[in-house]
Design a protein. Sequence first.
Lengths: 340, 376
Amino acid sequence: MKRLPLLLFLLLTPLSFAGWETIGGIAIVTSAALLATVYAIGLGFGVNELQMMAKEELYQLVALGIMMAVLVGTNGLINTLSSTPALSPGSDSLQNASVLLLDGLRDNVSTILTNIGKYDLAVTKEGSKAGQCSIMGMGYGVSGCGGYSMLPAPLSMAGGIAGFAMGEVSGMKRLILISQSFALPFLLPLGILLRTFKITRGAGGFLIALGISMHIMLPAGIVFNEMLVATFMDDATASSGYEASPTSVTIEKCSATEISPGQGSFKCSDLIGTDPDTNDAKAVKAYCDLRTSVRSYLKTILLQATLGPVISLLMMMASLRALTSLAGAEVDVSAISRFV
Amino acid sequence: MAGMLVCGAAFGTFLAGTIVPFVAAAAFTTIMLITLTFMVGRAMGNAKLTLWAKTELVQLVVSIVSVGILVMVINIFCVIDMSEVGGFFGITAPSMNVYNAFIAYLNESMTYSHNALTVIRYHLEAYTVMTYFNAFMCDFAVGNIGLGCFFGYSGQQEQPFGGYGAQMATLNAFFASTIIAYFSAMNSLFILLFVYKGFVFLFLPLGVFLRAMPYLRGFGSLLIALAISFLTIFPFMLGVCYLMGGVLVDRANGYAPSGISMDDYDEQIFIDSEDFAAQLGSSMVGPDAVRCTYFSSDSAACIATAALSLGIIPPDAVGESFDKDNIPGAVAFAAYAFIAAVFFPTIALLATIASVSYITRLMGEEIDLSRLTQMV
């Protein structure tokens, strides 16, 4: 008597789902048919091991059916969670909110990188100037702009850091776009399909975990980090100086042949609001301006563009590990964590 | 193509002529050992030995069935059309079997990484040429001609483009990461060849034999699980990446992200060191003419703009004049190449290792593969 309801359940399973769920249903029915064959062989030849295996697999099949039902329900939960206004500021879903944030961030980092490049270009041009005068083989050469040579090295390093931030933001946006296109519509159902069959169960569990982790955790990391940064910026004591917009830096023209007399040491405070006329004072003023403006870049480069993707990837890895464990084949994902 | 390698007559001959006889020999040897043990057990009246022999006989059947399943799955993968698999999920892709899709994705990710390398290298070459560009501006200048040099050598020397250190630092780092991406894709191709010619040849017969030996069942199970997983799961996972190739490697855009045209980055443009006329020409027009040559898709119009303004592009026109100078685009391209050629193949490898772990458990021995994953 128990077999009739089971048969009806298996036959009706595909009809109870729509879209990708149909494929999962077909997989369940196919797997059940295979199990029935194995069980029949075991019964026919009196092989207890085969019968035991078929029974054990039947439990897995039932577990899979439950998992699919939970996922169908969770899909709605995930969508509800994604579209919660608190988690999707300025957008209709968590994923779109993170894409919007990353777009803005990419523009900001791009502007910063362009600015650093401009300063580097101007500073090095001034620092490379040298005057020459020679007539009939006799003459002199003088470089009065050596003071600027201290600036290109830190600017190169700043460019490198900003470039890394740009790469991280671009990579993260790409991963979120990939997850939007494939995580739920492709990886998750494919994982369910693969998990149905014994030989591919490990890979199937991994794909299920990957689909869910990419869909939820990647964008959540970006949005959560943005919330952390906003909270930090709201604390005036902690964020003092970081909130300012980058100040403009003027690289004064240097005269290659002008050697200024020694004027002792300069302090940045002495040069604020001044219009220096000697080469070394101009170089020091450029340094002071750059030093002041660097702090205002930190929020974008370090907090948002570097820390955000790192948190996001770590959240995804942690989720991946937990979910693969739940799916029955825990994977050590430290290999991917090393990309961070 | 891998499909021809695995699904073709050569692999079939290799399987039937080499692997199956080896597996059969290993199975036969094992059966002989089991039979001898059983006989000794019966002769000595030792129940432990007879029980061991019976248990190992069942395990031998499990091993042989595993090999049979592997051969069956390979044959199924040879006929599965990935475009039809994609069709289930609304994804369109060219028609090919799993093994061809696997190798097609790796080839595509190599092309994609190489394109990223080309774009970054173009920028690096241009910046390097410009960094070493020296200008000597004679005193008492009238336009681009300085009267100060008529009777001697009086003027000011400078490097108008000496300061690309920030950009070059960025691009050098991403150049290295893109080379890693390119090599990773090649490495996966090498793994493929090694799997087809090494794993199958060695692991299957050894696995069948060792699984029936005392204390070596775990090792034998691992060998069979590795062969099964790397011959089926690894290609299938990369075949899945192939279905995602429309986004992963921008297949529709000629393997470059939108906004980047590979035609813009033809490295033949760089002036030969002996092309005196070109160097003199660009020098006479002014410093920005050099930038126009490398970073403007319409360099003639760009140079005309520069010439009208005494060699300097008006600040307002900088963006539109140097449209090929696209560091954010180059950096993003490198990041995308890393995702396509390193991140997702690593995901495929991890899924394969997850499968190894599951199959070994299925065969009765749990293997801790955490050390193996740390090698990835």
